[in-house]
Design a protein around this ligand. Structure first.
Ligand code: CO8
Length: 303
């Protein structure tokens, strides 16, 4: 555990250092890139590309973690650092999450981080999952998910944390919390994020059955807000964010916090217990067996 925490601390510190040194120009923490006069490339890693357009204050975080944008410990740590930087950057007014991988927004948490890795790694991993959720669900600026592909489990959670969801209008792409299909249980804060998005009854059905919804079904239950052709997902997200920016910022921000703070506070008050609970659950022989079977089926394309 100590080794992993040290690694995470190093990553955080190097992110902090790059904020200070990586081009602290005119009081702004990032260097201008070659991308064009309005775009600053703010990437802290190769797994997530971050570009901020200074003409409109809109940042795009593009997941580029092949093959399926699974969220392992490194990905999650880098995500949280990048988001924290955007929260602190006064020139950023809103963030769009999307994928650079074809057909996949994100395959969710990296199952390999939970399978056969032992309690220490699982604890550090779960803390990184909590960090991602706390930062994204509690993010004060506007967030839009531009869902351009499949989005199971953790991918769905990330999308639900955003203020608005635009999905590619393609029935082959599915989104949902499918944890029970893996023999695992979504924790209370996954559940509450979904309740806050689609309501109690739909969440109960979804969680018990581990339902993955096609894009049209997801629109019908309100899991996503809008479907557009795939090649319009990002431009629609940008236009939508620009519209949201016309609302007085302080009033929108307080309204967002009013809706979400009780859920955020609940996890903040129970972080350690939630980590212990996760470790105890995920390291059980029976749960490891379920994960192993799911992985084998995934590799044989039977999922
Ligand atoms: N983690 C690790 N590896 C993965 C994952 C994942 N989430 N998803 C896919 N992979 C691997 C596959 O095994 C495959 O590996 P290999 O090349 O070695 O065979 C490779 O990535 C490519 O996958 P596919 O061939 O399946 O790619 P496709 O383009 O055909 O399909 C999909 C992409 C639709 C994303 C498909 O891979 C899929 O459905 N993946 C499963 C996604 C899933 O079920 N995720 C759930 C993760 S659990 C989670 O996010 C929340 C857990 C909460 C824990 C609570 C416990 C208390």
């Amino acid at each position: 555990m100590a080794t992993i925490l040290r690694q995470v601390a190093r990553l955080e510190f190097s992110g902090f250092l790059s904020t200070l040194s990586g081009g602290c120009r005119h009081g702004r923490p990032y260097a201008r890139s070659h991308l064009g006069s309005n775009n600053r490339n703010m990437s802290t890693s190769s797994k997530i590309k971050v570009e901020l357009d200074s003409s409109n204050g809109i940042a795009v975080m593009k997941f580029q973690n092949p093959p399926v944008n699974s969220m392992g410990l490194d990905f999650l740590t880098e995500f949280s650092i990048s988001l924290e930087k955007l929260e602190l950057d006064k020139s950023c007014r809103g963030v769009i999450l999307t994928s650079a991988q074809p057909r996949i927004f994100s395959a969710g948490l990296d199952i390999m981080d939970m399978y056969g890795t032992g309690p220490e790694h699982c604890g550090a991993f779960w803390k990184a999952v909590q960090d991602m959720w706390l930062k994204l669900y509690g993010f004060s600026k506007i967030t839009i998910a531009a869902i351009n592909g499949a989005s199971p489990a953790g991918g769905c959670l990330m999308a639900m944390c955003c203020d608005y969801r635009i999905m590619a209008d393609d029935p082959r792409y599915a989104i949902g919390l499918n944890e029970t299909q893996l023999g695992i249980v979504a924790p209370f804060w996954f559940k509450e994020t979904m309740v806050n998005t689609v309501g109690h009854r739909t969440t109960e059905l979804s969680l018990q059955m581990g339902i993955m919804y096609s894009a049209p079904e997801a629109l019908k239950i309100g899991l996503v807000d809008q479907l557009v052709p795939e090649d319009k997902v990002l431009s629609t997200a940008t236009n939508t964010l620009a519209k949201w920016l016309t609302v007085p910022g302080h009033a929108r921000e307080i309204s967002k916090s009013m809706m979400r703070k009780p859920t955020v506070d609940k996890l903040l008050a129970n972080r350690e217990a939630d980590i212990e609970n996760f470790i105890g659950f995920i390291t059980k022989d029976s749960i490891q067996k379920s994960l192993g079977m799911y992985l084998a089926a995934l590799k044989k394309k039977k999922v």
